[in-house]
Design a protein around this ligand. Structure first.
Ligand code: ZN
Length: 418
């Protein structure tokens, strides 16, 4: 091991005290005094790794190890220090702290790279406070959408105001954007947030890509009537139709066993929602994800076919709205090969797996080559105070990340840094 597992563990332990919730939980919302304290703490570690630090106008914390050739596009690493309101200690934190550990190890070993390295804690990855995430990582690439600054949190505070209160200048976003071609590649280590590695008993996984979610809203319309008097064969019950569609989605997504496809109905609204009225209108959401876009498209077509059939059977009309449709974003082969090699060097059998959740890396994927290292998390639990990754696994992940950084820097590395 080149990295220092004891130091890494102490950083996790210190960070877990900021926004601590119960024994093992974290509540560290974006753009708050709590997150600012987390940034200050991470900054002290960045300074110890010879990095300079800044908070940009999007609210990203950026540590920078200046290369001897500052004209080269930067090697960027990172994740996020904001958490879910009822979150754990490792989601996001792992990617920031392991990246700092990799840079600290690099400088401690007397290595001064030609290429500048930046470690970023991206602003508002989680997205719950203003109901839209990946803010900082989209921001630096000029990918914010109209009206994002006017979004409010539950207390009515706009994102604009929260940024200003945090010390950022939303009028000067441009100054914090990265020009096309200025990022050489992006590396993100993250806990898996799923059970695949834990079940396979493997500490580390190499991410193949981030699956693209398809989000639909489906509205079914039938006819309300008295629950006590309308005979069954005459009903147009929108909720019965919805129930059959939900089961159909489940079966469509599960038709190939062990495939990474997932389909979920997460919300449902019933109108008029009275126990003695036949449901007239039902609205529900569909979340369908797959790393294989062709298969996902095929499944979407199957789902649409089933909706047609089921609605005809129950005499319902329907309307489908597409809310979000993003294609899978694949990791760069050359980076995956480097990560696999690092795992082999450590005698780790690291499987490739896709990421169902999005990460900051998804935003970065539109600007540069990227790769992700997954660290096993117990029972796949995440976004929950019970979230757990062992310090041994995290140290292995940091070591793989360190080796990857060295390899990416390759011949550009200059020895003899004092
Ligand atoms: Zn995360």
């Amino acid at each position: 091991m080149h990295i220092n597992p004891t130091r890494l563990q102490s950083h996790f332990e210190a960070m877990s005290l900021i926004g601590k919730l119960g024994n093992t939980g974290t509540n560290r919302p974006t753009l708050t005094k709590t997150e600012k304290r987390a940034f200050e703490l991470a900054s002290t570690w960045m300074h110890q790794a010879d990095m300079t630090t800044r908070i940009d106008n999007f609210g990203n914390l950026i540590g920078r190890l200046e290369g001897t050739n500052p004209g080269l596009p930067v090697l960027m690493m990172g994740s996020h220090l904001d958490s879910q309101p009822y979150g754990g200690r490792f989601d996001g934190v792992a990617g920031v702290l392991c990246a700092i550990e990799a840079v600290k190890t690099l400088t401690q070993e007397g290595i001064r790279p030609q290429r500048t390295i930046e470690v970023v804690s991206f602003a508002d990855e989680e997205g719950w406070r203003f109901n839209k995430g990946l803010f900082g990582s989209r921001g630096i690439l000029g990918k914010l959408e109209e009206g994002e600054l006017d979004r409010t949190d539950k207390d009515g505070i706009t994102r604009r105001q929260a940024l200003i209160d945090f010390g950022c200048k939303p009028r000067k976003f441009r100054e914090s954007q990265y020009a096309p071609g200025s990022i050489h590649c992006f590396l993100e280590l993250h806990i898996e947030q799923g059970p695949v590695l834990d079940l396979a008993n493997k500490p580390i996984g190499v991410v193949s890509g981030i699956s693209g979610p398809l989000w639909l809203t489906i509205k079914l319309k039938g006819m309300a009537g008295h629950a006590g008097s309308v005979p069954m064969h005459m009903r147009k019950d929108a909720l019965v139709g919805a129930a059959e569609i939900i089961v159909a989605l489940h079966e469509i997504a599960a038709q190939v066993i062990y495939a990474p496809t997932v389909g979920t109905v997460g919300t449902i609204d019933v109108f008029p929602a009275s126990r003695n009225i036949i449901p007239e209108e039902v609205t529900f959401t569909v979340d369908l994800r797959d790393i294989d876009l062709e298969r996902r498209n095929r499944y979407e077509a199957q789902l649409r076919g089933m909706i047609e059939l089921i609605c005809a059977k129950h005499h319902l009309t329907y309307q489908i709205t597409e809310d979000w449709n993003s294609e899978p974003r694949y990791c760069a082969t050359w980076l995956k090969e480097i990560i696999h090699q690092q795992c082999t060097n450590l005698h780790l059998d690291a499987p490739e797996l896709m990421s169902g959740p999005f990460h900051d890396a998804m935003a970065l994927s539109y600007a540069t080559d990227y790769a992700m290292i997954f660290v096993r998390c117990k029972d796949g639990i995440s976004h929950n105070p019970l979230e757990f990754a062992s310090y041994e696994d995290l140290a292995l992940g940091a070591e793989v990340l360190y080796g990857t950084v060295l390899e990416v820097l390759g011949r550009e590395v200059v020895m003899g840094y004092e």
